[in-house]
Design a protein around this ligand. Structure first.
Ligand SMILES: [Zn+2]
Length: 135
């Protein structure tokens, strides 16, 4: 499943993916009028259509809001919609857990590829995994 096909590149998308590539950071854009933070970043507010110029860094941690298990090769992959902390949107991405362990409401974090392997796409995030207990 080509996860990245859900996202269109545009002015906002370019900056969003460049930030992932260069700094392994997730950016959103914020509409102060609607008090909404969009992730992935978008150029216009989908509620009031204002142009969005306020960029905010969004946590790579979030909560699983939906999961689906899709056949993949000999096994299955878990695909999740993760709402990121501090954002009103989120990302659809692979979740690295056995299908039976996938739960709505579980805390997860994004795992980025090493810098030298990142190319500026949604695939620069390897997957989400359950939040580490280490902190
Ligand atoms: Zn708005």
């Amino acid at each position: 499943m080509p996860v990245e096909s859900r996202y269109t590149y545009g002015v906002a998308g370019e900056r969003f993916f460049r930030e992932i590539k260069d700094h392994a950071r997730l950016l959103g854009t914020r509409c102060a009028a609607c008090t909404v933070t969009f992730v992935p970043a978008r150029a216009f507010c989908e509620r009031c259509f204002a142009e969005l110029t306020e960029w905010v860094e969004v946590s790579p941690h979030g909560v699983v809001h939906a999961v689906t298990v899709v056949p993949h090769g000999d096994g299955h992959r878990v695909i999740a919609f993760v709402q990121l902390d501090g954002a009103d949107g989120g990302l659809v991405h692979e979740l690295e857990v056995p299908p039976a362990d996938a739960r709505i409401g579980m805390r997860v974090e994004a795992v980025f590829k090493p810098a030298e392997e990142r190319s500026g796409s949604m695939r620069d995030i390897l997957h989400f995994r359950p939040e580490s207990q280490a902190k």
